[in-house]
Design a protein around this ligand. Structure first.
Ligand code: ASP
Length: 310
């Protein structure tokens, strides 16, 4: 059986000059996951390990360096899904941990539930031994202060206009969040998809994006697995990653399937989104409707390939 792994570092517009860091970061994540798969490890361990490397890298919007919400703190969303037995673990609105993807994995492995949210998710993380951790980097905080000042002008300092900031954010693509995702196929044919994010920048407190919702931002079936990035409100409406898998189940190639979901999201919403996926044969695909989506992958015995855009 083929082994394969693909990661993304978020769809959006990357600052000029940040390409090298994004390429290095995604390549390092694939290299760590590949090591596990080559040694006969499982897709879950490989995808989670790749995700941890991306979460710990402050340039990506997940774990350390995640973006802040409107009130100036970080709320994490994350999901792990394994094709075998449709195992799923997810967290939303999780606060102050280093690695949300590990908490999502523990929801899957240690509880009878699929998703924990808000205070309950944070309490569960502490019970699982995750120490209190401040994920806010000085760069992200400065960024938040700058955006907050501009938003106060755009929506009013009382924040009332923040209930409808989408149009404002759309005309400021540099405000988009990003996300990290990792998908692995192991030698026994099991697919695993992981996605982890701070969500969209300046989101309202309590906003849940596509990332933790199975079939929206994250999905793994025996046919294909996918991870989404970009404005989650659009990804949710399309049930996008489930659609990608369903198309493949019905005989479409993974590449065509992702292209058709992207087309529909473009046609219906002009959505700023991107996807990575792997099918049961180990084909790895990355595609997006944004200027950039750093992503890297290997398949079978190939070298690791990394790109800023597909
Ligand atoms: N999809 C993420 C969310 O909506 C954000 C992103 O990938 O940019 O929470």
């Amino acid at each position: 059986m083929a082994i394969a792994l693909i990661v993304h570092g978020g769809a959006g517009s990357w600052r000029p000059g940040s390409d090298d860091d994004a390429i290095k970061g995604t390549t390092a994540a694939v290299a760590a996951g590949r090591k596990i798969l080559v040694a006969g490890g499982c897709a879950l361990d490989a995808a989670v390990t790749a995700s941890l490397i991306l979460e710990d890298n402050p340039i990506f919007n997940a774990g350390t360096g995640a973006v802040l919400n409107f009130d100036g703190f970080v709320e994490f969303d994350a999901c792990v899904m394994v094709s075998a037995l449709s195992q799923i673990g997810a967290v939303s609105g999780l606060q102050r941990v280093k690695n949300p993807i590990l908490v999502a994995r523990q929801v899957m492995e240690e509880t009878d539930h699929v998703m924990l949210t808000g205070d309950g998710a944070t309490r569960f993380a502490r019970a699982m031994g995750h120490a209190d951790y401040d994920p806010i980097t000085p760069a992200r905080y400065a960024d938040w202060q700058d955006k907050k000042a501009k938003l106060d002008v755009a929506v009013g300092a009382d924040g009332k206009g923040a209930m409808k900031i989408r149009r404002f954010l759309k005309s400021h693509p540099e405000y988009a969040g990003g996300t990290i995702g990792a998908i692995a196929l192991d030698a026994s044919g099991v697919l695993c998809a992981c996605t982890s994010t701070g969500g969209v920048t300046m989101k309202l407190v309590g906003r849940v994006g596509d990332t933790p919702l199975p079939g929206c931002g994250t999905y793994a079936s025996k046919f294909a697995a996918a991870s989404a990035t970009g404005t989650g409100e659009y990804v949710i409406r399309a049930l996008a990653t489930r659609q990608i898998s369903d198309n493949v189940e019905q005989g479409m190639s993974l590449e065509d399937s992702i292209a058709s979901v992207l087309d529909a999201l473009g046609r219906d919403f002009d959505a700023d989104v991107g996807f990575i996926g792997i099918d049961a044969l180990g084909n790895a695909v990355g595609a997006h409707r944004t200027p950039h989506m750093p992503h890297a992958w290997f398949s079978g015995t190939s070298e690791i390939v990394a790109k800023m855009r597909a």
